[in-house]
Design a protein around this ligand. Structure first.
Ligand code: S3P
Length: 450
């Protein structure tokens, strides 16, 4: 993919349905009793992997573009399912969310099944989900903590009280989904940070017995607790997926940085556990605002209006010291950190990301791949084990980059390419954006003025 610099972005766009939310809608519809219709279903390859795995479990799925009908496998009595024992391994492709959430569901089934993935997914850590489901009574064989996972399920599982050792919505969701097949109430505590809470919101939408809240510990720390009562079952319900704010983030960053831009992104999800990127841009001085905010199926949705920097000579942050990003912020910014690092090159003080070691176990080692590509474009960057530091006000130059098979690296550096001098080539970009946002380059081109 070759990208030439842009003058500004102008227009009105809709981003495809949210990937995280779509996975959950497909899974919960599959566990419900009856037929659910999901609209604005994500066009991502990752969510297609989830649907494909569900079909292998005997769930009847019909898809017409962004409308998906799911005939739920919820058993008529109690909370079991009528899943078919899969005859082949379930292929999760590149999708960590598919594998980790399905591991929870399959832990609670009375049969053995296997989850596989591509080379990148097979190198990502899975003990974080196999650990808790084993505590609940399932058995999981792994390749030293990696996929393929052979999940020997049990029904019912034993309810547990679990504190997540890493801030991860996938781990929390895995345990809550397994909890649907446990006798009693399964509780998940998040002590590091509240991660995206789509699973909790959607369980409530479907009428599952979910409770959420927070508590203060003796040391003054606030912890977030979600719990679910198992073996109760729930009925099908239609669901509309909001636009993906993590996909919108790339367009938002480009519009905020290019003077004279004006971009309207409609119908985008605004769940507060996902909007930290927007807050950060606004804190840096970007003109980004939310209009017409309202709830759709228990998720806040609205229109995002982003205007470009007023003047090329005036950076967004106007000379503040390096912006430190660490601690609980990291969990709520996790997917946006590569593009934020690109933003960091354009602000006076630059930006420092720490306590973000999780980035090393994403679709690529995102600390390494971000640092490598930023350096290739002429930015001054320091790499740490748990993050990176970007020096501000860099004049980026076009370069030949590698997407490293990682969709968010491809899109973050497409944004960098728009800001650079000269042409940039990103090897493998077109193939890998399909993982979350197949329309990305087309949509970007449709709003780019040169
Ligand atoms: C996701 C959770 C996050 C995120 C991923 C999607 C989810 O991963 O990075 O893109 O849908 O629950 P972790 O749970 O590993 O932080």
């Amino acid at each position: 993919m070759k990208i030439i610099p842009a003058r500004r972005l102008r227009g009105r766009v809709n981003v495809p349905g949210d990937k995280s939310i779509t996975h959950r809608a497909a899974l919960l519809a599959a566990l419900a009793r009856g037929r659910s219709r999901i609209t604005n279903f994500s066009s991502s390859a990752d969510c297609a992997s989830t649907l494909h795995c569900l079909a292998q479990l005997g769930v009847a799925v019909e898809r017409e573009g962004s409308v998906v009908r799911v005939e739920g496998a919820g058993a008529a009595e109690g909370g079991g399912t009528t899943f078919r024992v899969p005859s082949v391994a379930l292929d999760c492709g590149n999708s960590g969310t598919t594998m980790r959430l399905l591991a929870g569901v399959l832990a609670g089934q009375p049969f053995t099944s296997t989850l596989t993935g591509d080379a990148s997914l097979s190198s990502r850590p899975m003990r974080r989900v196999t650990g808790p489901v084993e505590l609940m009574g399932a058995r999981v064989k792994t390749e030293e903590g990696h996929a393929p996972l052979v999940v020997e399920g049990r029904q019912p599982l034993t309810a547990i009280d679990y504190e997540t050792p890493v801030a991860s919505a996938q781990v929390k969701s895995c345990v809550l989904l397994a909890g649907l097949f446990a006798e009693g109430r399964t509780r998940v505590t998040e002590a590091h940070a509240l991660t995206r809470d789509h699973t909790e919101r959607m369980l409530r939408w479907f009428g599952a017995h979910i409770e959420t809240g927070h508590a203060t510990r003796d040391d003054g720390a606030t912890v977030h607790v979600a719990s679910v009562e198992g073996m109760r079952g729930f009925a099908a319900r239609d669901f509309h997926v909001p636009g993906d704010i993590s996909s919108a983030a790339f367009l938002t960053a480009a519009a905020a940085l290019l003077p004279g831009s004006e971009l309207l992104i409609e119908g985008v999800g605004l769940n507060p556990t996902r909007t930290r990127f927007l807050d950060t841009l606004i804190m840096l001085g970007a003109d980004a605002r939310v209009e017409d905010e309202h709830d759709v199926c228990n998720e806040p949705v609205g229109t995002l209006r982003v205007r470009g920097a007023r003047d090329e000579a005036e950076p967004l942050d106007r000379g503040k010291p390096a912006l430190p990003l660490r601690g609980p912020d990291i969990a709520q910014l996790i997917d946006e950190l590569p593009v934020l690092a690109v933003v960091g090159t354009q602000i006076e003080g630059g930006l420092e990301i720490r306590e973000a070691g999780e980035l090393r176990v994403k679709e690529s080692d995102r600390i390494r791949t971000t640092v490598e590509n930023l350096r290739a474009m002429g930015a001054e960057v320091e790499e740490y084990e748990d993050g990176l530091k970007v020096h501000g006000r860099a004049r980026l130059r076009g370069a030949r980059l590698d997407a490293h098979g990682d969709h968010r690296i491809a899109m973050a550096f497409a944004v960098a390419a728009l800001l650079a001098d000269g042409e940039t080539e990103i090897v493998g970009a077109e193939e890998c954006v399909a993982v979350s946002f197949p329309e990305f380059f087309h949509l970007l081109e449709s709003v780019t003025e040169r």
